[in-house]
Design a binder for this molecule. Structure first.
Ligand code: TMP
Length: 217
């Protein structure tokens, strides 16, 4: 599957309140202005099943174990990959995705104390190993991110500070395991500065990525 795609797949990760959605919106606009064909998706939420699962996972009163959460997030992601990500990559698009497999490892694995290696294997197999070309982690301390929230906290945001600190540490751990795929950006800086850094990193990677594809065709 990895060899059968021509677009570029970029994911955005980070603790609560890291500002991903705004940054993705700005980046999509900038890339579009430079002539790239871009699509922005979110996990969960960009398929019919994903929207239903998002509602159940974030807004139901029902308690769920980390295993139940992981299975639901992964199930939604299978649909996202099949219905949206693969078709868009095959059209040669730049796919920007708000969260992906790494969030399951950080939240259910590190936060929910599940076995990381097992969860990683399960999650990767479920999506046929379709991993991002680049993952940007917008990094903020858990307490800073949670303080930034301007809405009534959802089910995941209501987990305590200790949980969200484990999530942040989880993202750091993951970034050390795959230093080529991950770039960690300090998202406590002003949003415009964060955007400049994101644009620099993405431009450089996209230039390299599309040049390699041209050569291999
Ligand atoms: P969002 O509001 O940043 O889109 O994320 C939705 C929430 O779901 C957020 O609290 C992180 C959480 N989440 C997980 O716990 N596991 C996952 O696999 C994903 C994709 C999100």
């Amino acid at each position: 599957m990895k060899r059968d795609r021509y677009g570029a797949f970029i994911t955005f990760e980070g603790p609560e309140g890291s500002g991903k959605s705004t940054q993705i919106r700005w980046l999509a606009k900038a890339l579009h202005q430079r002539g790239f064909s871009v699509v922005s998706l979110r996990d969960p939420g960009s398929t019919t099943l994903g929207r239903r699962l998002r509602q159940a996972l974030l807004h139901s009163q029902q308690p769920l174990t980390p295993l139940q959460e992981a299975l639901l997030f992964i199930g939604g992601r299978v649909a996202l990959v099949k219905e949206r990500i693969i078709p868009e990559l095959r059209k040669g698009k730049v796919v920007l995705c708000d969260r992906f497999h790494d969030s399951t490892l950080a939240y259910q694995g590190f936060g929910g104390r599940m076995n990381i290696a097992w969860l990683d294997r399960l999650g990767r197999r479920a999506i046929d190993e379709l991993m991002p070309d680049l993952t940007l982690i917008l990094d903020v301390p858990a307490e800073v991110g949670l303080r930034r929230l301007r809405h009534v906290p959802d089910r995941m945001e209501r987990y305590g500070l200790a949980f969200h600190r484990r999530v942040r540490r989880g993202f750091h751990d993951l970034s050390h395991q795959e230093p080529h795929r991950f770039v960690v950006i300090d998202a406590t800086q002003p949003a415009k500065i964060v955007q400049e850094k994101i644009r620099c990193i993405v431009s450089e990677r996209l230039a390299g990525y599309f040049a390699t594809l041209q050569r291999s065709r």
